[in-house]
Design a protein around this ligand. Sequence first.
Ligand code: ARG
Length: 446
Amino acid sequence: MTAINASIGFDQRLYAQDIAGSRAHAAMLAATGIVTDSDAAAIGEGLLTVLSEIESGQFQFRTDLEDIHMNVESRLKDLIGAPAGRLHTARSRNDQVATDFRLWVRDQCDAAQLGLTALMTAFLSQAEQGADWVMPGFTHLQTAQPVTWGHHMLAYVEMLGRDQSRFADARARMNESPLGAAALAGTSFPIDRDMTAKTLGFDRPTANSLDSVSDRDFALEFLSAASICAMHLSRFAEELVIWSSAQFRFVKLSDKWTTGSSIMPQKKNPDAAELLRAKLGRILGATVALFTIMKGLALTYSKDMQEDKEQVFDAADTLMLSLAAMTGMVGDMSANRDILAAAAASGFSTATDLADWLVRALNLPFREAHHVTGTLVALAESKGCDLPDLSITDMTTAHPGITQEVYSVLGVQNSIRSRTSYGGTAPDQVRAQIARWQVLLKAEAV
Ligand code: ARG
């Protein structure tokens, strides 16, 4: 029973939140006259001693005392005697654990936001450096149209910016204090829930005691935001794996972020990127686990809910590590500008520009322009050259109206510079977005 029941092995991570919650509760019990000032003072001081014992590693966690709440309270009793027994007045472990866990998850939302700011800053410096460097843009991992390096880097800044706002939203929603819901029904003691909510930095107390002790949706929101974020990281991780391969050589990762092979001396394996590609598996696993734990639980608290913590702890640790590692790698990677440019020009990447020109200059319907362009791509392919290398005679075989002017849209640079629509890849658009993000991230830093 002890082995299956005890949570102290993992919930000791909540010690700081548990002690903060208990100190707020004790101060409130004194302010409302439920316990005497001197008892509350002894409790408050004693809890600080427990805190320092835990932080200095002297504290003996006991499995027979089940969880962090009872471990702290029991040690408090050793330290201050009888008044310790008054701390649990008008409270239950049900509202206590709901409070502790919210405080912990709230901190993780803040940590995720900080980690994301650092990563976005790293992507932004890459974007600044190569705002007008050309590279192929892909769909289906087939060369589609030329884009700029800066544009590609900014795509991740956008994704991560939405991740940040998801953590901010989740934080705002979870920031209500369950303390005072007691076991499930509230309490007959004249407690002041506004006071404890305020002390603990919550916006307000929760409004339904049953809901307060029984939901873990705040943890699910954190895990969901973390899963989406880890999904974004896994996509860039995959790009890094592809881009750093000998076939692509779009980027170079230094020895700091790669490992050597024990048998093949030429290899530099992108292990960190591969692990980052995999980490979503754990985080999404935790998300599915907690959904499965919560599904179908009748109100209110059931011990099933003790299973929430290990999932969230592991997911949060994994996310913070992933953000830090990705930040390091993005700062470390160097784009191979010449290879990117050569790749941008290959694969008939300006075929769309040719089709658009046929629409604009010859007033062809787009479908017909698409067909003419297809003919020219096939011709270039059979000649083993690129579109701009076709002669004007070659061009006019596909459509008699084509003139010399067509060459002005065919180069990669022409293509890039023409994509001036808002949010497009033209360097001026990219620079405008860089400037926008610089302002946003600077505002966050203060
Ligand atoms: N260790 C428990 C948990 O994490 C604390 C709440 C226990 N409540 C109870 N009624 N047994 O969920």
